[in-house]
Design a protein around this ligand. Structure first.
Ligand SMILES: Nc1ncnc2c1ncn2[C@@H]1O[C@H](COP(=O)(O)O)[C@@H](OP(=O)(O)O)[C@H]1O
Ligand SMILES: [Mg+2]
Length: 248
């Protein structure tokens, strides 16, 4: 695959390989934390296999590998979360987990794939997803099931909306893309790999993506931490950000 295929096709192939490794592990193998650990390792192996074969000269920045400082001087860096929502993956009844593969080049996210393997769905930056129209009814805001931020409740109160708890940053961002919710509000901690690929796909779909204070999300920064995030339908983004600012 070396030198062949567009970057988005490489991202998709890597996410597909991880999904193919993750799904069978959930039936009849390890359980609980051991399943999560096995999934993290198998998905990392699968993604590295594709990326080192197809793009051997690129750097890889992954949740499941030691952070290599060479990424800070590299022209092209794959930002990868092999299994986002490890907690949810470990419960075979749940579908809210994801595989994230993004390519950063020249200061921007330029291609990405997010797999939702339990739903048998793959979302990529090109062709861009079509954002469905918003249905009537209260504004729905996705939040972490285990760590919902106070800012999200403030947004729900200000907009007369409701919180929808879900696992996985990728699943939640894609829930906005897929029209299951209208916004995703996160604060209190997260890393670049949790949001890079989902943000790239969300932007391709025409969604607004930024920090809680409205500032840009910066990827391949030296600090892996990128602790907060808003993904919102464009018509709702100004109200969402105003509500966060008022609450702070
Ligand atoms: N306060 C926090 N600090 C560090 N990571 C956080 C965090 N809140 C959420 N995350 C990470 O963001 C992802 C989505 O979290 P959540 O499901 O709670 O919304 C998870 O990634 P992983 O499953 O890849 O570890 C989780 O570890
Ligand atoms: Mg993650």
């Amino acid at each position: 695959m070396t030198g062949v295929g567009r970057d988005v096709e490489v991202a998709q192939a890597a996410a597909r390989a991880a999904a193919d490794a993750l799904l069978p592990l959930r039936t009849g193998g390890p359980e609980g934390r051991a399943l999560g650990d096995a999934g993290d390792a198998a998905a990392q192996r699968a993604i590295l296999g594709v990326l080192t074969g197809a793009r051997p000269g690129d750097a890889v920045f992954s949740e499941e590998a030691v952070d290599d400082a060479r990424r800070l001087t590299a022209d092209r860096v794959w930002i990868v979360d092999p299994l986002d929502g490890t907690r949810e993956y470990s419960d075979p009844a749940r579908g809210d987990w994801a595989v994230h593969v993004a390519l950063w080049a020249g200061g921007e996210l330029v291609a990405a794939a997010v797999a939702l393997p339990a739903l048998d769905e793959m979302h990529v930056t090109d062709p861009a997803p079509a954002l469905p129209p918003r249905p009537d009814g209260p504004v729905r805001i996705a939040v972490s099931r285990t760590r919902p931020p106070a800012e999200a409740q403030a947004v729900a109160d200000a907009l007369g909306g409701e919180l929808v708890p879900m696992g996985s940053a990728g699943y939640k961002a894609l829930a906005v893309v897929r029209g299951e919710v209208d916004a995703y509000v996160h604060g209190g901690g997260m890393y670049q790999w949790d949001s890079a690929a989902p943000v790239a796909v969300a932007r391709a779909a025409g969604l607004v993506t930024c920090r809680l204070d409205g500032s840009p999300l910066v990827y391949n920064a030296p600090d892996p931490s990128l602790p907060d995030l808003v993904v919102a339908r464009p018509e709702l983004a100004p109200e969402v950000l105003a509500a966060v600012a008022a609450a702070r």
